[in-house]
Ligand binder design. Structure first.
Ligand code: GTP
Ligand code: MG
Length: 366
């Protein structure tokens, strides 16, 4: 594992566990952490402090857990001589480590370039001011030509992706003619999607407390009360995913838009404010990927962790949230435990009701 220091803006403080989990998943061991008041900027004093810690610990990377301004990133790069990553780059690094298909690789490269462009513009600006000669060669010329190279590369990737998507669309149409309903298991990272998928299908796919345990959709068809249904395990949602990362999620999230229904898994043992935030993030992502009108069954998972005396109240609260946030797309709310098996039969009944019997001729949602 590479060593890294973590800078966390105060507004992200409550998400520090998420920051550490993502850093670890991306292959970094955090050796020192510091806070900053400003959400996007790092002051000169902090840059110096980070630089001295970075050399003391011999770190390979500096992680800013937020959306860093190009000028601050530039200062940190210059002072520490380490890689400087923000939250988006961290997420993209995780994806890049696992990207299997040509399409996934291209999408991640595209997201990286789009994310990198503002930084390159900043370099152009600075080298034209004579502030940073020698970056990629003398004067601004090399940076300019690097910029042109990036924009050309983007255009090529776009063309290739369009072609790949066209082919995949054809494959999907032939699949929907096969007459089987598809149900996606969706939800925030670590909600228990894979645990539920394993419980329903009898599979033993890897599960774990870290983020993005699942990075590729997994399918398995099983018979449920006389209906043949393919369940699809998906990548976890994560809050505040910027548009350029959403694109990189696409190949997996598109599976969701092609489904007949979705099981939205939440961790009902978490504080209600987290549940609200994660439900919101998930519903927003669904809207962004164009999954309009997809029938949703909410699986209130991990009820084994809720004290029995509180369960009734807890489910009521979740029902209230779902009503407020979902605008009717949530059809029912079923308390379950993927661990103990509690509620799974009731969940499957709800699934058959929504997606069972005859498939809905490949609901084209885009
Ligand atoms: N107590 C309890 N733990 C559960 C339950 N379901 C899942 N877990 C635990 O929650 C953690 C995350 O489970 P996963 O099934 O990997 O979650 P996921 O949603 O697939 O996560 P990603 O693929 O990383 O997005 C694991 O440590 C599971 O053992 C449950 O019903 N009860
Ligand atoms: Mg998983």
């Amino acid at each position: 594992m590479d060593k890294a220091v973590l800078i966390i803006p105060r507004i992200m403080e409550s998400h520090i566990d998420e920051a550490l989990a993502l850093a670890e998943t991306a292959g970094y061991r955090i050796v020192w952490t510091t806070r900053t008041r400003h959400p996007r900027r790092v002051g000169r004093g902090l840059v110096e402090e980070v630089a001295s810690r970075a050399s003391e610990y011999g770190v390979e990377a500096v992680i800013f857990y937020g959306d860093i301004q190009p000028s601050s990133r530039f200062l940190l790069m210059k002072a520490t001589r380490a890689r400087v990553l923000d939250r988006v780059m961290l997420i993209l690094e995780i994806f890049a480590r696992h990207a299997g298909s040509r399409e996934a690789k291209l999408q991640i490269e595209m997201a990286r370039i789009r994310h990198e462009i503002p930084m390159v513009r900043e370099l152009i600006r600075r080298s034209k001011m004579g502030e940073y000669p020698g970056f990629l060669g003398p004067g601004g010329y090399a940076v300019d030509s690097y910029y042109r190279h990036l924009t050309k590369r983007l255009a090529r990737i776009r063309r290739e992706l369009e072609e790949l998507r066209r082919v995949r669309g054809q494959r999907f149409r032939s699949r929907s003619r096969s007459g089987m309903a598809h149900v996606s298991i969706i939800g925030y990272a670590s909600a228990g999607k894979t645990s539920l998928f394993n419980r329903i299908t009898g599979e033993s796919k890897p599960v774990g407390p870290e983020y993005f345990t699942t990075l590729h959709p997994k399918h398995k068809a099983v018979n449920v009360r006389g209906s043949r249904i393919a369940f699809v395990d998906t990548v976890g949602f994560i809050r505040d995913v910027p548009p350029e990362v959403i694109e990189a999620f696409y190949s997996t999230l598109e599976e969701i838009t092609m489904s007949d229904a979705a099981i939205f898994v939440i961790d009902s043992s978490e504080p209600v404010s987290y549940i609200r935030e994660k439900l919101t993030a998930g519903l927003e992502t669904l809207a962004k990927i164009g999954a309009h009108g997809l029938p949703i069954i909410l699986a209130a998972n991990k009820v084994d962790l809720v004290p029995p005396g509180e369960l009734k109240n807890r489910i009521k609260l979740i029902e209230g949230l779902a009503r407020d946030l979902s605008q009717g797309s949530i059809e029912s709310i079923i308390p379950v435990s993927a661990r103990t098996g509690q509620g799974i039969n009731i969940l499957l009944e709800a699934v058959v009701e929504v997606a069972g019997s005859a498939p809905k001729a490949g609901r084209p949602v885009w």
